[in-house]
Design a protein around this ligand. Structure first.
Ligand code: ACM
Length: 269
């Protein structure tokens, strides 16, 4: 059995110190093995240009990475957290994976959404699965809009994910149809840590852009059913105990196995 915690909150735009403090206080006293935080949780979401995102981006030894490494050590948990990553003149919408043994990995969002295309470089990490160093549990990572591409979750399932952690900044409600499908069709748990709140930015043309994030962070069982879901606006941590081993046998009838029954010779890439 493993405990997983989803953190839902409203980050303050470009105020990483405030956001890291809020994350630490929300998690105070939580005993858990995996912590999933929202996409871009250290900075907020609404960057308008790549220069602006560059200004908020952090390299591997900077504040956010140090903070999440410390959080992983303190909770003896795997931490998955969205942040703006700087790497060799490039800027990525990324998810840091910090392990309790001090190791760090970075997933770079593959499928950018909306104005992210103007602000970030396309992710080039590819999909990967991280074994929990203290538990028998394999965690795959995707970020938000990756849910619209079933290939993302399928790749993670083929790599052996028991749980897909999905840091998110979702602004529509259609994901409530798609995300549980990703859980069902791959027989994996899907952990969606979404943010809440609204961000309004002045645009260069004098107009404004207002985005409202839809909250509702949720852990889906491998059947696609929600186990527990936050409401749309609350700042809270959901902690649940699950058995990741239940995802390993991919049967769904005595004659069917989800992955072995695939017919890739008929699929287009
Ligand atoms: C999204 O990918 N932030 C919707």
């Amino acid at each position: 059995m493993i405990k997983i915690s989803l953190v839902q909150f409203t980050p303050h735009f470009c105020a990483p110190d405030d956001n890291l403090k809020l994350i630490a206080s929300l998690l105070q006293g939580t005993e858990t093995d995996i912590i999933v935080l929202p996409e871009l949780c250290t900075t907020g979401y609404s960057f308008l240009t790549m220069e602006e995102a560059q200004g908020a981006a952090e390299g591997p030894d900077e504040k956010s990475t140090r903070f999440f490494k410390q959080l992983a050590h303190q909770h003896q948990a795997m931490v998955i957290a969205g942040f703006v990553e700087k790497h060799e003149e490039k800027v990525y919408n990324a998810a840091l994976v910090a392990l309790p043994n001090g190791e760090v990995k970075v997933y770079r969002k593959t499928h950018l959404f909306f104005r992210e295309k103007l602000c970030f470089n396309e992710g080039n990490s590819g999909f990967f699965v991280v074994p929990h160093p203290l538990k028998d549990c394999n965690v795959g990572i995707m970020v938000c809009n990756d849910w619209r591409y079933p290939e993302a979750a399928r790749s993670l399932a083929l790599l052996g994910a028991d749980i897909i952690a999905c840091p998110s900044n979702l602004v529509t409600d259609v994901w409530r149809i798609g995300m549980p499908a990703r859980a069902l069709e791959n027989k994996v748990f899907v952990a969606v840590a979404n943010r809440c709140g609204t961000e309004t930015r002045e645009m260069e043309d004098g107009g404004t852009q207002t985005l409202t994030f839809t909250g509702g962070s949720v852990l889906y069982k491998f059947t696609g059913e929600p186990i527990e879901q936050a409401d749309k606006t609350e700042q809270r941590v959901i902690t649940l105990e699950i058995d990741p081993l239940l995802t390993r046998d991919k049967y769904f009838t005595q004659y069917n196995d989800l992955l072995n029954d695939r017919r890739p010779e008929f699929y287009l890439t």
